[in-house]
Design a protein around this ligand. Structure first.
Ligand code: ATP
Ligand code: MG
Length: 271
């Protein structure tokens, strides 16, 4: 009798031990799985951190390289400018030099833009700007970019008061938009820039009658490195345009119809 009782006690005790052993093992397994997941997450986070570090180094280096690139570029530009004014040179040579000058100018702009982009935030260099003077310089640059094309250029300005803006950056904003319009217009077209003033706001309207954009393209134009350009583009133009305008506390609107053209309105406070 006693033996049976002892036996059944032992049996149930051993069952309890086994059970608790099993739950202990299961518990351990679950904990181990959790640990593995945590470890995997940690490894991924670490990889991401290394990747970001690499990117940020790349950004730092590229802005240093770009900065140094600007020196030789401006030297080439100065020589080209000097040669351009040399009237003893044959007409064809002058034309070639003028092409060199234009392309160097483009390189310089690109270096400036990438520099702005790699810096992230833009520190503005404010100037008091007379819009008539600004537009007249812009017209000269656009005319030389649009040479060899049959494009009707229209510039209008009804803003007579001086405006506070970052001259060089704003100049590049409009050159960027003009360049996009040039690419969209093909051999001929109409391109216009008009400036108006309304209370303490200045509005620039930039319009072309080029190929325009469909809704899908419109969704991507402010994405870095998005470009649908067949003639080659970095896809940074519009990103920089937007950044510069926002740095001026302004905003922009884009309206476009495929086959009809594009209208871009930029509004900034005149300050
Ligand atoms: N005026 C326009 N007409 C038609 N499409 C345009 C116009 N402006 C911009 N786009 C579209 O928006 C895209 C992005 O423009 P963005 O200026 O950022 O790049 P990109 O001109 O291709 O290259 P880049 O960096 O040399 O300026 C263009 O590739 C084009 O598809
Ligand atoms: Mg562009």
């Amino acid at each position: 009798e006693k033996a049976t009782v002892a036996f059944s006690i032992i049996r149930s005790l051993s069952a309890m031990v086994r059970k608790s052993n099993e739950t202990f093992l299961e518990d351990l397994k679950a904990k181990n799985e959790k640990l593995e997941i945590a470890n995997k997450n940690l490894r991924e986070a670490q990889e991401e951190l290394i990747r970001q570090e690499r990117f940020s180094n790349l950004g730092k280096f590229s802005s240093m390289i770009l900065h140094d690139l600007k020196n030789p570029i401006s030297i080439i530009k100065a020589y080209a400018q000097m040669l351009k004014g040399d009237e003893s040179l044959p007409e064809r040579t002058i034309k070639y030099i003028s092409n060199i000058h234009n392309e160097v100018e483009r390189l310089n702009n690109l270096a400036n833009e990438l520099l702005d982009y790699s810096r992230g935030d833009i520190r503005l260099n404010m100037n008091i700007v007379n819009i008539d003077d600004f537009l007249s310089r812009l017209k000269t640059s656009i005319e030389s970019r649009f040479a060899n094309k049959n494009i009707n250029l229209r510039f209008e300005n009804s803003c007579k008061n001086p405006v506070l803006l970052d001259y060089e950056r704003f100049f590049r904003v409009l050159m960027n938009l003009a360049e996009n319009a040039r690419k969209a217009m093909g051999k001929k077209g109409i391109f216009s820039i008009s400036v108006t003033e309304d209370h303490s706001f200045i509005t620039f309207i930039v319009q072309d009658n080029g190929e325009g954009m469909d809704k899908e393209t419109m969704k991507h134009i402010f994405e870095p490195f998005y470009s649908s350009s067949k003639s080659g583009g970095t896809g940074l133009g519009m990103v920089i345009v937007k950044n510069v305008i926002e740095a001026h506390d302004g905003h922009m609107e884009v309206e476009s119809t495929p086959g009809r053209g594009t209208k871009i309105s930029i509004t900034i406070p005149a300050k």
